[in-house]
Ligand binder design. Structure first.
Ligand SMILES: CC(C)(COP(=O)(O)OP(=O)(O)OC[C@H]1O[C@@H](n2cnc3c(N)ncnc32)[C@H](O)[C@@H]1OP(=O)(O)O)[C@@H](O)C(=O)NCCC(=O)NCCS
Length: 180
């Protein structure tokens, strides 16, 4: 799987991406919503899980490469998640802090959302977001998502209140929405 946007290429992660992956997943501020930086083993497990997902179900987080510099600046992609008691398709995004606030996360996530509707035939695309993660909520809102519910996720020994955002195919397909 490969996606291209105006400024970015999205391609599958490989083991060569480990240093760029560590720069994201081992940065305390970037990982606030995940209860702090990952250690080396957690980064390895994260990558292994993504490589498995490329086999089944065929998609996962991809490396986001800034075409201008060929640098891996983030991760974005579609994964199956259990949200509000349903197995659903989620778009996720984590970017290197040096590349925040330039619209890259929205650009990559828009391509993934459109892929979910266009190529995977999804009826709805979700984003589960910790209630403290305002930047992520703003990406979800700009993707055309609205809040559908809230739930508490238990992760790394902590109860984390989350909001469930989603966009429906019917809304995405509206001519007035037309960001695709
Ligand atoms: C969530 C995350 C990816 C959002 O990154 P981001 O850089 O804020 O998001 P965008 O790339 O969409 O950038 C949006 C900002 O760029 C600005 N911008 C600049 N140029 C832009 C352009 N060409 N197009 C769109 N927006 C642009 C927007 O105005 C907006 O500014 P604001 O942050 O002041 O509102 C980032 O905060 C992150 O990696 N966080 C840690 C991991 C994480 O929590 N992931 C989400 C888990 S649910």
């Amino acid at each position: 799987m490969r996606l291209t946007t105006e400024r970015l290429d999205l391609r599958e992660l490989t083991r060569d991406d480990l240093p760029a992956l560590r720069a994201i997943l081992q940065d305390e501020e970037t990982m606030l919503a995940y209860e702090g930086a990952f250690d080396d083993e957690m980064v390895d497990n994260w990558l292994d899980r993504m490589l498995e997902r490329y086999e089944t179900p065929g998609h996962g987080f991809m490396a986001v490469v800034l075409r201008e510099t060929d640098e891996m600046i983030g991760q974005c992609g579609l994964t199956m998640q259990h949200i509000l008691n349903e197995d659903v398709l989620e778009v996720g995004y984590l970017f290197n802090r040096a590349h925040w606030h330039r619209g890259y996360a929205l650009e990559a996530a828009t391509a993934c959302r459109d892929f979910a509707f266009d190529e995977l035939g999804a009826d709805r695309v979700w984003a589960q977001i910790r209630d403290t993660n305002l930047s992520s909520m703003n990406v979800a809102i700009r993707l055309g998502m609205t809040v559908r519910g809230r739930f508490v996720k238990h992760y790394r020994g902590v109860d984390m209140p989350h909001l469930a955002f989603a966009i429906d195919r019917a809304h995405w397909a509206l001519p007035a929405f037309a960001s695709h």
